[in-house]
Design a protein around this ligand. Structure first.
Ligand code: AMP
Length: 407
């Protein structure tokens, strides 16, 4: 259970909002304002309720104060997104920030300079968190994508000020809860991508939680190899074969059904339009590599999804960047989107290349929820507690503040 902004009386209050406005930029200009646009809803709602809204964010990975990481370039797109002027403070703590905030009227919005200009931010330094906290009466965390980091502005602040999740964070947490917290069963997970070694914890967590684990991409080759299949010169982590067998055994014990490719599209090289053909996974020649799942595998996966109510997806089923090795990813993603549109399947996806793969398949806006959170989404799939989320949880007991033992 976490608190949302519905639980806060924000009128006339200074509300510190941790957003993630870490957008791509080139030559001092924002090149993709998606994150800013998505953050606007919470900021506009708070402003319309009469709060003095103070936006905290990071931009890039500065080492101390580095002007090339100044957040001034965010001002214009932010003002456009919220539809009102945004005040600017040259620092996120101290007299400069205080002066700007003192000048705010109810309903105004201010953006403070990069929280990572202070190394104490990433150290979750309590004294620094207190310096941030004196600028506000309430704290709203709307940055799920940084919630896997225990930093002063993502975690520390929530222990000092009354805290709640912003609307973006709320939507993300609700979607994730529906997908793996209390999902409608049967639940399937599609896990693809390059390597088993980068997704060990994720696979380990999912086998205990889903009914069907559909494995594709380069990592499926390692599982096929572990089962004694020939993989030719495919991407394959042969040293992970034992680990793959352990995951298969763990899945069996947990009654999780693992779905592996039965056929594959093979080619002699990893290249766009490389000559290719379909073979059974029992017949991959030594000089060929598996670059995608074949048609029988696609049919089997889509068939399997037909009986499921919930789908979690991370990673492409093949080398989706190079045609025609994007077929399995596209076909399965489109089938999942169709069932989502029919109201038969809840689809939640995210992490790494997944957003790009779904966008390429033309379905990134047709899944129930696509998380752009990257690392935080992956850590959630791994079953980890995200410190930024845990700090917003309403605990019972304690002094009655709802936070339980934090005061
Ligand atoms: P990840 O970041 O782990 O989700 O991996 C994504 C990458 O895996 C993409 O760049 C894909 O091209 C790559 N990939 C997927 N399937 C294969 C495959 N069969 N062989 C080589 N690379 C693959």
């Amino acid at each position: 259970m976490f608190r949302t902004i519905d639980a806060l009386d924000v009128k006339g209050k200074r509300v510190l909002v941790r957003a993630d406005l870490n957008v791509p930029a080139k030559d001092g200009k924002v090149t993709d304002s998606t994150r800013i646009d998505r953050s606007a809803a919470t900021l506009k709602e708070l402003a319309s309720k009469g709060a003095k809204v103070i936006v905290l964010t990071h931009f890039g990975r500065p080492k101390g104060r580095e002007e090339k990481y100044s957040q001034k370039l965010l001002l214009e797109p932010l003002a456009k997104a919220v539809g009102q002027p945004v005040a600017w403070a040259d620092d996120c703590i101290g007299p400069q920030a205080e002066a700007v905030i003192n000048g705010l009227k109810d309903g105004d919005i201010a953006l403070l300079e990069n929280v990572r200009f202070h190394p104490e931010e990433e150290k979750n330094d309590v004294a620094f968190a207190r310096k941030l906290a004196v600028l506000g009466d309430l704290f709203v965390n709307d940055a799920f994508s940084t919630a896997h980091r225990a930093h002063a502005s993502t975690e520390g602040l929530a222990h000092i000020l009354p805290a709640a999740a912003g609307r973006l964070m709320q939507v993300e947490l609700e979607a994730l809860a529906k997908a793996l917290g209390t999902p409608e069963k049967p639940v399937a997970a599609v896990v693809g991508g390059a390597k088993v070694s980068t997704k060990l914890e994720l696979l380990g967590n999912l086998v205990g939680r889903v009914d069907y684990l559909i494995i594709g991409g380069g990592m499926a080759n390692t599982f096929l190899f572990a089962q004694g299949k020939p993989v030719g010169k495919s991407l394959c982590e042969k040293e992970m074969a034992e680990t793959a067998r352990e995951i298969l055994a763990k899945a069996k014990a947990a009654h999780c059904h693992i779905v592996l490719p039965v056929d594959a599209i093979i080619a002699g090289e990893f290249a766009e339009n490389a000559p290719n053909k379909v073979v059974s996974v029992d017949d991959v020649p030594d000089d060929q590599m598996i670059l995608d799942a074949g048609p029988a595998s696609i049919e089997a996966i889509i068939d399997r999804l037909g009986g499921c109510k919930t789908l979690v997806w991370n990673g492409p089923l093949g080398a989706f960047e190079i045609a025609p090795f994007d077929k399995a990813t596209n076909a399965v993603a489109q089938a999942a989107a169709e069932r989502t549109a029919q109201g038969k399947l809840l689809t939640v996806a995210g992490g790494g290349d997944t957003v790009a793969a779904l966008a390429k398949a033309g379905v990134d806006d047709k899944f129930s929820y696509v998380s752009t959170a990257g690392g935080a989404f992956l850590e959630w799939l791994e079953g980890k507690t995200l410190p930024g989320v845990a700090a917003l949880e309403v605990k019972t007991g304690g002094c009655g503040c709802g936070k339980g033992g934090c005061h």
